[in-house]
Ligand binder design. Structure first.
Ligand code: CUA
Length: 337
């Protein structure tokens, strides 16, 4: 545990110092607005704490070395001194002042981030935490997807932030994509808000940051930041309903004959379940099971054969499908592009 923490810290500083990306997403390399402000505040807080650490640690080391036991020292105790108003006042007032500075700096950042009014052209999304996946809705756009939040990049002349409403369907979760923004919890019967305004297109990794049960560690988020025009294309693709491909009719029949439809929605069909992820454009997603595995034919097969093998404890039961049924459903699902 200790080793992991140390290696994460070392990796983060390594990245910050040398710009080497080790696959760890770092708060020290923010690429979106709230994260940049948070980094500036963190650096100031860390610097103040580092100065305190050096003074206290330095004095401690100096005292240990300078006054260590030496051969020939007298065995008797040195004179004991009690009470010094000056020193006691100093070590009471100084920490109060330091803590006060930290409070002011931190609250200024928090207020500044929370007070930001939605800009014109902003994208709105509702993220619902489930055990253990993310439901992602765009109410204005009529899109529902899962585990991958797609947003437009903000450019100099087109500021396009994304506002997120965070909700939970079961227990408390926490949405955290370190390079984009701070953590915000998703709490049952409550709605939290956050926003991001990334400037660089790319894929940003994040995870659930609040322990939420057995598969908390496999509740990964991907934020895909598109150049504005590409985002429009993605929206248009996601808005379309499921196409019916003639080659997949048998798989389609098997899918609808089983209870898949009780939990999953495929827009444009009678599958309207709301417990599991929307599958309308399943193949447009990079992973299965919220980052549990890459979305490939092989893993999709393995998932249908027994989801409990890939993600122990997940709410999708083993449907006891035969190999033929698995193949048929996979070929149908693969038409959901
Ligand atoms: Cu969801 Cu931890």
């Amino acid at each position: 545990m200790k080793l992991t923490i140390v290696s994460i810290i070392v990796a983060a500083f390594w990245e910050a110092a040398f710009g080497v990306q080790g696959g760890i997403t770092s708060i020290f390399r923010p690429l979106s607005e709230p994260a940049q402000e948070i980094k500036a505040t963190s650096i100031l807080v860390l610097a103040i704490c580092a100065v305190i650490f050096c003074i206290v640690g330095g004095l401690l080391v100096y005292t240990i070395v300078r006054y260590r036991h030496r051969a020939g020292d007298e065995a008797s105790e040195p004179p004991q001194i009690y009470g010094s108003n000056q020193i006691e006042t100093a070590w009471t007032v100084m920490p109060i002042l330091i803590v006060f500075v930290l409070i002011l700096v931190t609250s200024r950042t928090i207020v500044d981030i929370q007070d930001r009014k939605p800009a014109a052209g902003a994208v709105y999304s509702t993220v619902v935490g489930h055990q253990w996946w993310w439901e992602i809705r765009y109410p204005q756009l009529g899109i529902v997807t899962a585990n991958e939040l797609h947003v437009p990049a903000s450019t100099n002349d087109n500021y396009q932030p994304t506002y997120l409403k965070l909700q939970s369907a079961d227990v408390a979760h926490s949405f955290w994509v370190p390079q984009l923004a701070g953590k915000t919890d998703l709490i049952p019967n409550r709605e939290n808000l956050m926003w991001i305004a990334p400037t660089q297109p790319g894929t940003y990794l994040g995870n659930c940051a609040e322990y939420c049960g057995m598969q908390h560690a496999r509740m990964l988020i991907r934020v895909i930041v598109h150049p504005p025009a590409e985002f429009e294309r993605w929206v248009a693709e996601q808005k379309s309903v499921a196409a019916e491909e003639p080659g997949a009719q048998e798989g389609r029949r098997v899918f609808f004959a089983n209870s898949c439809v009780n939990c999953h929605t495929i827009r444009g069909t009678s599958a309207q379940g709301a417990f599991g992820p929307d599958l309308t454009h399943l193949m447009s997603r990079q992973t299965l099971g919220s980052g549990a595995a890459a979305n490939t034919t092989e893993t999709l097969r393995a998932w249908l054969r027994d989801p409990q093998k890939l993600k122990v404890g997940c709410l999708m039961p083993n449907m006891q499908l035969t190999d033929t049924e698995v193949d048929q459903i996979v070929s149908y699902l693969q038409t959901l592009k």
